[in-house]
Design a protein around this ligand. Structure first.
Ligand SMILES: Nc1ncnc2c1ncn2[C@@H]1O[C@H](COP(=O)(O)OP(=O)(O)O)[C@@H](O)[C@H]1O
Ligand SMILES: N[C@@H](CCC(=O)OP(=O)(O)O)C(=O)O
Length: 369
């Protein structure tokens, strides 16, 4: 009997000290917390950081390295130590754990990610806990290709596996109005049901020298999770029973609730993994057609375009204020839209020869706002 799926992400700050090296007591504690979720029937997946932090001291670096190949060397040493520690800890509860290393590039390749998903599905069927981290040794440090932090990775795993919940464990008991390390007067936010730009602005970078993403990447992760129909929690899990409390809704942290349902893989690819080749700005009528009416985007609603794109490419769509509304597969080349923007459908037909009259068909669209 398997009930809901839960993805738990543990940050470096919860597993290691500032001086580096793994905190085995913490790993034993987390394994125990995860084991009890697992015993209660949940399909548990763990996304864990800590490879770099675990490995740098073994190599002899004085502090967490900043140079790419040093970080990668530390991760190569640390990942093995991390897995060894988890496997040992889980074996005390009779649980088998598996290692899965992923990169952003894997997510943008449909076959590779489908394979990863099928592997995870089989592991869950066998009641094995998949332990997932970024494959740091091969991930390039270019912004678009590397996750860098594991927050986004954990949200993508949760959306992909259609998990019910994503629990992001960190050293802070939730999202505050400011980084509490910088302003002790900051106030905790208990619940968020929409991630507005104002919420994004609250979040700062990493607080400790071992952490990477800080609160910002955690909120981005919560946003992806929510869009994928996954409820998210960001907070502290420290004492016996805390993880169960976090999952039940009584944890020490901030809850991000969603009304949305899980997304089919095709829409996830469009929304989370595709590389937009351009940007289309639309008028208010088109905004409500796309966001409220569930309609396609017609040339009449287009006011501006940016980028060189071709039919079949993915583009972002924005309102006049510059806010991104979503993404879609475009049926026109950039120059064709340029020629017909703002025109009625009849006029468009007279001027250009396109396979479909919609700039973006509603089946090829995902709202990201
Ligand atoms: N608005 C905020 N609310 C809470 N924490 C914040 C905020 N802005 C920045 N932070 C910082 O984010 C840190 C957690 O991120 P990070 O160090 O990357 O941890 P992890 O290793 O767990 O991913 C906290 O220690 C805190 O200092
Ligand atoms: N993949 C890297 C994760 C880097 C990192 O520090 O992430 P996080 O602690 O989640 O902000 C590692 O295992 O060291």
């Amino acid at each position: 009997m398997m009930s809901e799926r839960i993805v738990v992400k543990i940050g470096s700050s919860s597993l290691t000290s500032e001086e580096g090296g793994l905190n085995r007591e913490r790993i034993q504690y987390f394994a125990e917390e995860l084991a009890s979720l697992h015993k209660n029937g949940s399909g548990v997946m763990l996304v864990t950081s800590g490879a770099v932090a675990a490995g740098f001291r073994q190599i002899g670096y004085a502090s967490k390295p900043k140079i790419v190949h040093e970080k990668q060397a530390a991760a190569a040493v640390g990942q093995a130590l991390l897995m060894q520690a988890y496997q040992e800890a889980f074996s005390r509860f009779g649980i088998v754990a598996a290692q899965i290393l992923l990169t952003r590039a894997d997510f943008s390749n449909r076959r590779r990610i489908q394979n990863a998903l099928m592997t995870i599905e089989e592991l869950l069927r066998q009641r094995i806990i998949p332990i997932i981290n970024e494959n740091d040794t091969v991930a390039t440090d270019e912004l678009v290709l590397k996750f860098g932090d594991n927050d986004n990775l954990s949200a993508l795993v949760a959306a992909m596996t259609k998990a019910a919940k994503l629990v992001i464990i960190t050293d802070m008991d939730g999202l505050y109005t400011e980084d509490p390390r910088k302003n002790p007067q900051a106030v905790k936010i208990e619940r968020v049901d929409q991630i507005s730009e104002d919420i994004m602005k609250l979040a700062g970078g990493a607080g400790s020298s071992v952490g990477t993403g800080g609160m910002r990447s955690k909120i981005e992760a919560a946003r992806i999770a929510m869009r994928g129909g996954v409820h998210a929690f960001i907070g502290k899990v420290q004492q016996e029973g805390d993880l169960a409390l976090a999952v039940e809704g009584n944890g020490r942290g901030t809850y991000f609730d969603t009304k949305l349902h899980s997304l089919p893989m095709k829409k996830q690819w469009l929304g989370f993994h595709s590389m937009p080749q351009g940007r289309i700005t639309v008028d208010d009528g088109a905004v409500s057609a796309l966001l409220e009416g569930g309609k396609s985007l017609l040339p009449a609603g287009v006011t501006d375009i940016q980028g060189e794109f071709h039919p079949g490419d993915v583009v972002e769509v924005a309102n006049r204020q510059g806010e991104t509304l979503g993404r879609g597969v475009v049926n026109y080349a950039a120059w064709q839209i340029q020629a017909v923007a703002g025109l009625t459908t009849e006029e468009v037909r007279r001027r250009v020869d396109v396979a479909r009259i919609e700039v973006i068909h509603r089946d090829e669209w995902i709202t990201l706002k």
